[in-house]
Write a protein that binds this ligand. Structure first.
Ligand code: NAD
Length: 372
């Protein structure tokens, strides 16, 4: 039966993937020259990318002049081009991206299921093709003493086979969810290592292992194995439903420090956390693998802002924050700290929310540029 063949093929591919994961490549060392590729994406992407590149050009003026850093624009990661080529990430775009050391990426649109023409999410494709397994998202709320770091597994869970479900009949459809031991081990290790390196005392594993006993059960047990190597760090398990509530519990939430979660829960809860911080427009993220890394806003292309003619009210802080995380990743810590300070000040003084009542993208960009 066709469905059986499809399922067997998925199992075969995932077993091969597990073997590849076990032979992990050596971590990259940056060379004398670092090439930062950037793609603007769709919707509000070009507006916030333009603002971020202006900030980087000023902040890194010396490094750009000496060619220690190169900023390379990569065209073609637009919904129009992707639909025309019927590819989530066209081959020539992916090849260009692979020539860069790191990628700064504007948000990209993914058509919803049921659209006439459909393609996979560019992000899911890039995360898989570049093996960017750790989605790292910081959320800070200084007034409340909140300093959260989320480690969302980026290449498995409900997403890796999200476009490979089976439609048995008009009445019966399946999607698949995959958790592997090596895939979980590397994200758990990244979270515990971050905790140790940054003096954090607690790692919270978020699952629904009471219901999804196989996949989430494996995620939890592998995290517990890794935790044994970090005896100074307290580890606990929260189920995703109560976790979403606990993030709203102002009496308790500041006690959480580092979170590690499968893909879907991480996707959902980091938007909630970003809203607590001041809106998705303030939140940046990193997608890190052993060879490549990609930095982006946590939000999407915001088509509603475009439709309402409010694109100029989009907050570029999300992508500027991503650029700050990127600078830290490539070793420019002083520049990252400087940008973090000014970005924090800018967001306290200038409110940009996507609403006409508040400021525009240009207002906060000019403030940052003037204070760099
Ligand atoms: P969205 O994140 O694009 O926007 C939701 C709402 O958040 C917007 O209507 C707006 O009110 C607000 N918002 C988002 N960014 C903002 C900013 N910078 N400043 C101010 N307000 C902002 O979510 P969506 O509407 O669910 O998704 C739109 C498209 O983006 C979809 O095609 C989706 O697949 C895609 N998407 C892409 C990424 C990515 O590229 N990493 C991530 C999520 C969604």
């Amino acid at each position: 039966m066709e469905a059986e063949q499809h399922f067997l093929q998925l199992v075969k591919e995932q077993l091969e993937r597990v073997e590849r994961l076990k032979n992990k490549p050596a971590a990259v060392n940056f060379k004398d020259q670092i090439v930062i590729g950037y793609c603007s994406g769709d919707g509000i992407g070009p507006i916030i990318t333009d603002a971020t590149i202006r900030v980087l050009q000023k902040l890194l003026a010396d490094e750009l002049e000496s060619k220690k850093i190169v900023l390379k624009e990569i065209q073609g990661l637009t919904i129009e081009n992707r639909l025309a080529k019927n590819m989530a990430v066209p081959d020539d775009v992916l090849a260009e991206i692979k020539t860069c050391d790191v990628l700064l990426k504007g948000p990209t649109t993914t058509p919803s299921g049921g659209s006439a023409k459909n393609i996979e999410s560019a992000n899911v494709t890039l995360r898989r093709e570049l093996d960017l397994y750790a989605n790292v998202r910081p959320v800070i709320l200084r007034d409340e003493g909140i300093d959260w770091m989320f480690f969302r597994e980026n290449t498995e869970g409900a997403y890796v086979l999200g476009s490979r479900g089976i439609e048995i009949s008009d009445d019966l459809v399946f999607d698949f969810r995959v958790i592997t031991a090596p895939g979980t081990e590397r994200i758990a290790r990244a979270a515990f290592k971050y905790a140790r390196d940054n003096g954090k005392k607690r790692v919270t594993v978020v699952t629904k292992s009471n219901i999804l006993k196989k996949t989430d059960g494996k995620f939890w047990s592998v995290c517990m194995e890794v935790a044994k190597e970090y005896p100074e760090i307290q580890v606990d398990e929260y189920f995703i439903d109560i976790m979403t509530a606990k993030l709203l519990d102002t009496a308790e939430r500041a006690s959480f420090e580092v979170f590690v979660l499968p893909n879907l829960y991480g996707d959902i809860i980091t938007d909630e956390a970003a809203q607590i911080q001041g809106g998705v427009g303030t939140a940046g993220s990193a997608n890190i693998g052993d060879r490549y890394a990609m930095f982006e806003a946590v939000h999407g292309s915001a088509p509603r802002l475009i439709e309402l003619g409010l694109a100029e009210y989009a907050n570029p802080s999300s992508l500027i924050k991503a650029a700050e995380i990127m600078l830290r990743h490539i070793g420019f810590i002083d520049k990252a700290n400087k940008l973090a300070t000014i970005l924090g000040e800018a967001n306290q003084k200038i409110k940009v929310t996507g609403n006409v009542a508040d400021s525009k993208c240009l207002d906060i960009t000019e403030y940052i540029l003037a204070n760099l």
